[in-house]
Ligand binder design. Structure first.
Ligand code: NAD
Length: 467
C-alpha cells in the first residue's frame, strides 16, 4: 500500500510551501514534493530574493559612489568586491530556504526531493533524487510548479552569452555592455543592478514604452529617472535576431528608424515567463491546459478539470507574483478544510524594485478612463515631502485615483523612495473598500514619506496643504 496523505503539494515555491505550511497548521497530513533540495522555488533561490539582495547591495555601492560626499561623508578609494557581494546574496538565500525547511518540520510537513507525475486517481509517482522511486496517495493534489523564462527563438539561451535571469544574478564579473531584451520587471531591476556596478546597459523594448502594464505617468517618470542613471532605453524596438561572435554577442532589432544593431558581451532575455507543466502527466490525467497561454485551466477554488487536482500560482491565470501565489496557496487549503476563503484579485499590489521604486494596486488611469466612469485624481510629488528632502530622494510622486461619485479608491500608483513599503497603506484602504477621504482623515506621522500619500488623498478633493 502506498503512503497516504490528505494533501500532496507539487512544488515548494511561495505558492506550494505556503499551502503546505497552512495545511500542516490545519492538522492535515501533508506531503510537499520538489525536484530541488533547497525549498522556496524560483522566488527564494533564483528570483525575488537573490535579485533584491543584489539590488540592495548595488544601491549601497551607488550611494557610496555618488551620494556620500554631499552628506559630508568621505570614504577612501571605493572598489567593488563582486565575489563578496555574491556570497552575501547566497547567504541571504540560504538563511531563508533553511527557514522554510524549519517551518516544514515545525508544521509536520513531509518533504521529498523528487520529480512528481500524476498517476491514476489520487496517486502521484515520485522519481526520487536519491533512492528508490515511489508512489503516494493523496485525497487532494495541489499543483504549484511555477514558471520558467520564455526564450526568444531568434536568440536562444546558451547560459553564457545569451542568458536568463538565473545567470544574470550570478555573473562572476561585471559585463562591459549588457544588452537586455524586455523593459519589464526583470529587465529594469537587473539592468539597474549591473548599471550601478559599472556596466553599460542597453534595454530594448518591443512596446512603445517601458513597464507596459504600469500607469503611463509612472512609466514616464521611471523612463526619465533610469535614463538619468545611464540606462539606454530603446522603446518601440523589436529584437529580431542575434548571434554570438567570439566573445561578443550581436543583437539585431527593428525600430521606428529601421534596422538597428547592438553589440555587447552579454544579453539578458527578459521577455516574460511561462507556466511549467511539462513532465507532470497533466494531459494524460485529464488536467486541461489552455492551448494559447499554456496555463492550467481552473474553476472555483482552483479546481482543475480532473477531480481532486487543484492548481495555483504562476501555473494559472493572473499576475506571476509570489504574493499572489501565497494568497492562493492559503485559500486552496482553507477551502479544502471547509473554510470560505477568497482571494481579492483587485487588491494585489505589484512592485518594481528599481530606484526609485514603483508600486501600484488597482486600476491604472488608462483602465479607469477606458471603463467610462467619472474619476478624480490626487497627486503629490516627493520633492514637497520633508522626509524625502532629508533623504535626498525627491524624485517621483504618489497618485491616487478615486471614483468621482463615491470617492472609493480605484487605484494607487507610487514612484519614489520605498514605494514598495508605502503601497501597503493603499492596499489596506482598498481591501476595506476605503475612499480617498478615509486616507485624508487618517493622521500620518511627521516627517515621513507616507505623508505624500496623505497629501495625495487630500489632493483628490483639491485640498492638499503642502502642494
Ligand atoms: P514582463 O512581462 O514584466 O516584461 C517583458 C517585457 O518584454 C515586456 O515589456 C514585453 O513587451 C517585452 N518583449 C517581449 N518580446 C520582446 C521582443 N522580441 N523584443 C523586445 N521586447 C520584448 O516579464 P519579465 O520582466 O521577464 O518578468 C517575468 C515575470 O516575473 C513577470 O510576469 C513578473 O510578474 C515576474 N517578476 C516580478 C518581479 C517583481 O514583482 N518585482 C520581479 C521580477 C519578475
Amino acid at each position: 500500500m502506498p503512503d497516504s496523505y490528505d494533501i500532496a503539494i507539487i512544488g515548494a515555491g511561495p505558492g506550494g510551501y505556503v499551502a503546505a505550511i497552512r495545511a500542516g497548521q490545519l492538522g492535515m497530513k501533508v506531503i510537499c514534493i520538489d525536484k530541488n533540495a533547497a525549498l522556496g522555488g524560483t522566488c527564494l533561490n533564483i528570483g525575488c530574493i537573490p535579485s533584491k539582495a543584489l539590488l540592495d547591495s548595488s544601491e549601497l555601492f551607488a550611494l557610496a559612489k555618488s551620494r556620500f560626499a554631499e552628506n559630508g561623508i568621505r570614504v577612501g578609494d571605493l572598489s567593488l568586491d563582486l565575489k563578496a557581494m555574491m556570497e552575501r546574496k547566497n547567504r541571504v538565500v540560504k538563511g531563508l530556504t533553511d527557514g522554510v525547511a524549519f517551518l516544514f518540520k515545525k508544521n509536520h510537513v513531509v518533504f521529498v526531493q523528487a520529480a512528481a507525475r500524476l498517476a491514476d486517481a489520487n496517486r502521484v509517482q515520485l522519481k526520487m533524487a536519491a533512492g528508490k522511486d515511489d508512489v503516494i496517495e493523496a485525497k487532494s493534489i495541489v499543483l504549484a510548479t511555477g514558471s520558467a523564462p520564455i526564450a526568444l527563438p531568434a536568440l536562444p539561451f546558451d547560459g553564457a552569452r545569451i542568458v536568463s535571469s538565473t545567470e544574470a544574478i550570478a555573473f562572476d564579473k561585471v559585463p562591459e555592455h549588457l544588452i537586455i531584451v524586455g523593459a519589464g520587471y526583470i529587465g529594469l531591476e537587473l539592468g539597474s543592478v549591473w548599471a550601478r556596478l559599472g556596466a553599460r546597459v542597453t534595454v530594448v523594448e518591443f512596446l512603445p514604452r517601458i513597464l507596459p502594464q504600469a500607469d503611463a505617468e509612472i512609466a514616464s517618470v521611471m523612463h526619465k529617472s533610469l535614463s538619468k542613471q545611464g540606462l539606454e532605453l530603446h522603446v518601440a524596438t523589436k529584437v529580431t535576431g542575434g548571434s554570438v561572435q567570439g566573445n561578443k554577442v550581436v543583437v539585431t532589432a527593428e525600430g521606428k528608424a529601421g534596422k538597428v544593431q547592438f553589440e555587447g558581451d552579454k544579453v539578458l532575455v527578459a521577455v516574460g515567463r511561462k507556466p511549467v507543466t511539462a513532465g507532470l502527466g497533466l494531459e494524460e490525467a485529464g488536467v486541461k491546459i489552455d492551448e494559447r497561454t499554456g496555463q492550467v485551466v481552473v474553476g472555483d477554488n482552483f479546481k482543475t478539470t480532473k477531480h481532486g487536482v487543484y492548481a495555483i500560482g504562476d501555473l494559472i491565470a493572473g499576475p506571476m507574483l509570489a504574493h499572489k501565489a501565497q494568497e492562493e496557496g492559503v485559500a486552496v487549503v482553507e477551502n479544502l478544510a471547509g473554510q470560505k476563503t477568497q482571494v481579492n484579485y483587485g487588491t494585489i499590489p505589484s512592485v518594481v524594485y528599481t530606484w526609485p521604486e514603483a508600486a501600484s494596486v488597482g486600476l491604472t488611469e488608462e483602465q479607469v478612463k477606458e471603463s467610462g466612469r467619472d474619476y478624480r485624481v490626487g497627486k503629490f510629488p516627493f520633492f514637497a515631502n520633508g522626509r524625502a528632502r532629508c533623504l535626498g530622494e525627491t524624485e517621483g510622486l504618489v497618485k491616487l485615483i478615486a471614483d468621482a461619485e463615491t470617492d472609493r479608491l480605484l487605484g494607487a500608483h507610487i514612484i519614489g523612495p520605498r514605494a514598495s513599503e508605502l503601497i501597503a497603506e493603499t492596499v489596506l484602504a482598498m481591501e476595506f473598500a476605503g475612499s480617498a477621504e478615509d486616507i485624508a482623515l487618517t493622521c500620518h506621522a511627521h516627517p515621513t514619506l507616507s505623508e505624500a500619500t496623505h497629501e495625495a488623498a487630500l489632493a483628490v478633493a483639491k485640498r492638499a496643504i503642502h502642494a
